[in-house]
Design a protein around this ligand. Structure first.
Ligand code: UDP
Ligand code: MG
Length: 346
């Protein structure tokens, strides 16, 4: 602990939850034990739950948990903004110390906390959990996830560690760096890689969810993969250029062949099938290239609107001091009066 400045000796666990009413009661005792462990290491430990606009009992359950443990802070977004925005909202509210990001479903074991803290004390800024096993996930998800990390590594200059999710500890300076990145399309794995600093992996066995169902179906994961590639690489645009050059070259060779054929053997009008094939092929490649440009243009459009990344409905920081709570599970109380917008660097 001696390497960490006294004013930084604070750790906040950041947990985004969307419809996790079944999982949270099972998770909180493990979180509380992890906080105790962090306190034994000489850290001030907190947990911040972000309710990402859940439609089930998540918010009232969180209120119940917070009433019993003053180390719990609560943040509720005005609607479902997605995990990336929810995590950003949570990280924006950490005033000092490091942050540890976990899933609300118990897939990222809080029991590993002391190992993360030990690496932080050794001087690492980004300590991330790398899965050596994915419990409760079908072979298709494993194969596609595996392929995704490899494609990403091939296409992007930003290093994205393989089989690594959002489960990680960020030192105060890594956190400050991350908070400067205010892009709307937030591919967090890429953002973590982009900031750099000293990174280290902690291998762990990823277990199955404690309860509930995964929010990421195949369509969502596919879009997530597109997000990652378009946010951190323009290689597909370049590929379109090369495809165009290759097609033009092939067309040139083919044209020369047609002219030569007409000169040598005359020109009985034929070639309807080959003409159709060429027209359809060119039409297809042009549409693909257009769609590709559209993907990037659409993202540019979203960025240019400069909307806040999220809106806050209710914010109740951890007090750290036991006191009778006036809980309001309806979420109607606005700690900051009007909703606050998340576009400023915290
Ligand atoms: N999550 C969220 N907002 C969403 C979707 C998910 O905050 O719109 C949270 C969810 O509650 C969980 C984490 O993100 O804590 C990971 O979600 P999930 O377990 O469904 O994903 P998987 O582990 O299957 O990739
Ligand atoms: Mg999960």
């Amino acid at each position: 602990m001696h390497r960490i400045a006294p004013e930084d000796r604070c750790l906040t666990l950041v947990i985004a939850a969307y419809n996790e009413a079944d999982a949270l009661p099972a998770l909180q005792p493990r979180i509380a034990a992890a906080l105790d462990a962090a306190e034994r290491e000489g850290l001030q430990a907190r947990v911040l739950y972000i309710d990402d606009g859940s439609r089930d009992a998540t918010w009232s359950i969180l209120h119940g948990l917070a009433a019993r443990d003053p180390r719990i802070g609560l943040l509720r977004l005005s609607r479902n903004f997605g995990k990336e925005a929810a995590l950003t909202a949570g990280l924006d509210r950490i005033e000092r110390g490091a942050a540890l990001i976990l899933d609300a479903d118990g897939q990222d074991p809080p029991e590993l906390l002391p190992r993360f803290i030990a690496k932080w004390c050794e001087g690492f800024d980004d300590v991330h959990g790398t899965r050596i096993e994915r419990g409760g996930e079908g072979w298709l998800k494993r194969v596609t996830a595996h392929a995704f990390y490899r494609v990403m590594a091939a296409l992007s200059k930003t290093p994205v560690p393989r089989d690594t999710g959002d489960f990680r500890l960020l030192s105060p300076r890594a956190l400050a760096a991350l908070r400067q990145l205010r892009e709307r399309h937030r591919f967090m794995k890429g953002l973590f890689g982009w900031i750099g600093f000293n990174q280290v992996a902690i291998p762990y066995h990823r277990q199955a969810r404690v309860a509930g169902r995964s929010k990421f179906g195949f369509w969502k994961l596919w879009n997530f993969a597109l997000e990652g590639i378009t946010s951190f690489s323009t290689a597909p645009l370049r590929a379109a250029t090369y495809l165009g050059v290759a097609t033009a070259f092939a067309a040139f060779v083919y044209a020369a062949w047609i002219v030569a054929k007409a000169l040598l053997w005359g020109d009985p009008v034929a070639g309807w099938p080959s003409m159709m094939a060429v027209i359809l092929f060119l039409g297809g490649t042009q549409l693909v290239a257009l769609g590709l440009i559209g993907e990037y243009l659409g993202r540019l459009y979203e960025e240019s609107k400069q909307r806040p990344l999220y809106l806050v409905d209710c914010w109740r920081p951890a007090t750290g001091v036991s006191s009778p709570q006036h809980s309001n599970p309806s979420g109607a109380s606005h700690a900051h009066g009007a909703a606050t917008a998340g576009n400023e660097v915290g």
